[in-house]
Design a binder for this molecule. Structure first.
Ligand code: DC
Length: 227
């Protein structure tokens, strides 16, 4: 197997999912949204037992019968299933994101999800987005991006996404939530959110998604032969 791996990491709301998907589509690579695995595991655990302290103190037991699976259909966004149930839409809330961030500090959870993530390496290649794709899970990747953006811009984007879904939200509130999650993701001891030493950093605050994509794809195309 000679799969090429491209990683796209960064904090929440920075646009990494959009960019990673665009790159995957243009190269004909598979796309992996690692955050959706954390979200699905966290939500399933929460459905089993709302006492998260109890769950975290015996995580191996609570996780033992959980099976997460992506289903791909041509021309459509992939769907995520937990023990056969479609979780695609219900994991997209701020509440589930916070639960995911709590689960993400746990080594057993990270180890289990790392195995899932590695199993998605496929020819001709994979584009994976998350927090530790370039530093840990796919540290061997030859092209790594780390996207950043101001918290205000990230909150604005989130607000617009929510508006599009007919959900009203408050900008200040969203900023607070993003800052809380950034803090949890950056300060955890295992696989914290930091750029890999060899990552290319792109600030997306004042540029459009297509501009970010154009910058990234140019770098990829220049390097694709050697990766
Ligand atoms: O990318 P996201 O917002 O869907 O991720 C939700 C949470 O999952 C994030 O706040 C931390 C955790 N996560 C992680 O720890 N490592 C990853 N590679 C992806 C997500």
């Amino acid at each position: 197997m000679n799969s090429k791996i491209i990683t796209v990491d960064g904090p929440s709301g920075v646009g990494k999912g959009t960019i990673a998907m665009m790159i995957a589509e243009s190269l004909g690579f598979k796309y992996l949204d690692s955050g959706s695995l954390y979200r699905s595991l966290a939500l399933k655990l929460f459905e089993k037992n709302q006492n998260f302290d109890e769950v975290l103190s015996n995580l191996d037991y609570w996780m033992s019968d959980i099976l997460i699976d992506f289903k791909y259909a041509k021309g459509q966004k992939s769907k995520i299933f937990v023990n056969g149930e479609d979780f695609t839409d219900k994991i997209r809330t701020e509440k589930v994101a916070m639960l995911a961030s709590k689960i993400a500090i746990n080594k057993s959870a990270r180890d289990m999800l790392e195995k899932y993530q590695r199993s998605y390496i496929k020819d001709p290649g994979l584009v994976a987005d998350g927090r530790d794709m370039g530093t840990k899970v796919f540290s061997e990747a030859k092209i790594k991006f780390f996207l950043t953006a101001s918290v205000e811009k990230r909150a604005e984007r989130r607000l617009n996404q929510l508006k599009d879904q007919g959900i009203s939200a408050n900008l200040r509130n969203l900023i607070q939530k993003l800052l809380l999650r950034d803090k949890a993701d950056m300060e955890r001891t295992i696989s914290p959110l930091i750029p890999a030493e060899d990552a290319i950093i792109i600030d997306t605050s004042d540029i459009t998604a297509s501009e970010v994509f154009n910058t990234a794809i140019k770098i990829i195309r220049e390097n694709l032969k050697i990766i």
